[in-house]
Design a protein around this ligand. Structure first.
Ligand SMILES: Cc1ncc(COP(=O)(O)O)c(C=O)c1O
Length: 273
């Protein structure tokens, strides 16, 4: 396995960054996960735009997107696989201990891991911890993801694959690595970005392709919704068949099944929508 670090390809087993990298010491970094099918990326332009947006939000130097593209192509070329998770990580780089960033410049890593196609439906839980819709990092895809690690571990303990958060005012927000849609009285709804969720790329495409409406929703909508689905880069559109103790028999329901079909068709017809 080869990955890209410090401007070139290296063996994954021996590739190194400094133990004083600010991404490691304080989580000062950003990332993207891009789906790669048979070496071909999906929605790469949108991912690179979000990478640049996250960098600006964190005050990191503007990433050289031509270099990032070259790195992605080189890593994909060096590691052929059917379905891959292409991971771009960009950090504050070598820094003094503490929260102040050093001035040696950022670290760019591009790595690839094998992925498998997700099941068509899954179980989720809700967690008591909140997303902060007013934080300095809200809406940025940063490497400060330990809250997601804790929540996802809780989900795994309960036989679920995702944990859903409300925000600080009790509105439905998002999962640890996914956005959420609900069907209520025949309408397809999803929380707006102002809820504090990440502006998911799959979410944006699903809204565009299905006409879903963005609206604030209380967390307990999950107790009433006729259908629920998740969106993310590696889940695409995935139905939910259980939320905490509530079963949703027949998932994927008709609205979800249609969203899954439309997403598959549109994504297959344009790899860079
Ligand atoms: C917190 C969070 N929300 C939502 C998503 C879904 O975003 P995307 O569809 O761009 O993968 C992700 C990304 O994996 C995420 O980390």
């Amino acid at each position: 396995m080869k990955l890209w670090v410090d401007g070139g390809l290296q063996d994954a087993a021996t590739a190194r960054v400094s133990v004083l990298d600010h991404g490691l010491t304080v989580g000062d970094g950003i990332f993207e996960t891009v789906k790669a099918t048979a070496g071909r990326t999906f929605a790469l332009t949108r991912h690179l735009e979000r990478l640049a947006r996250s960098a600006r939000g964190l005050g990191l130097p503007e990433p050289d997107l031509d270099e990032v593209r070259r790195a992605c192509a080189a890593v994909l070329d060096a590691n052929p696989m059917k379905l891959g998770r292409l991971r771009i990580t960009y950090t504050g780089g070598l820094s003094p201990l503490g929260s102040e960033r050093g001035d040696t410049g950022p670290t760019l890593i591009v790595a690839l891991g094998e992925a498998s196609r997700r099941p068509d439906s899954t179980a989720v839980i809700t967690v008591p911890w909140t997303r902060n819709e007013r934080g300095a990092l809200t809406g940025l895809k940063t490497t400060s993801y330990a809250e997601n690690v804790v929540a996802l571990a809780r989900a795994r303990e309960q036989g679920a694959s995702e944990a859903l958060f409300a925000n600080t005012v009790g509105q439905l927000c998002e999962g640890t690595g996914s956005n959420v849609f609900v069907v209520l009285d025949g309408r397809l709804l999803t929380p707006p970005v102002s809820s504090g969720c990440l502006a998911g790329i799959t979410r944006a495409l699903a809204v565009e392709w299905t006409g879903a409406e963005e609206t604030d929703l209380p967390l307990d909508v999950l107790e009433r919704a006729d259908e629920v689905f998740l969106t993310s880069t590696l889940r695409d559109v995935q139905a939910v068949h259980r939320i905490d103790g509530r079963q949703l028999p027949g998932a994927p329901g008709p609205v979800t099944a249609k969203a899954m079909r439309v997403f598959d068709e549109r994504a297959a017809s344009d790899l860079n929508p």
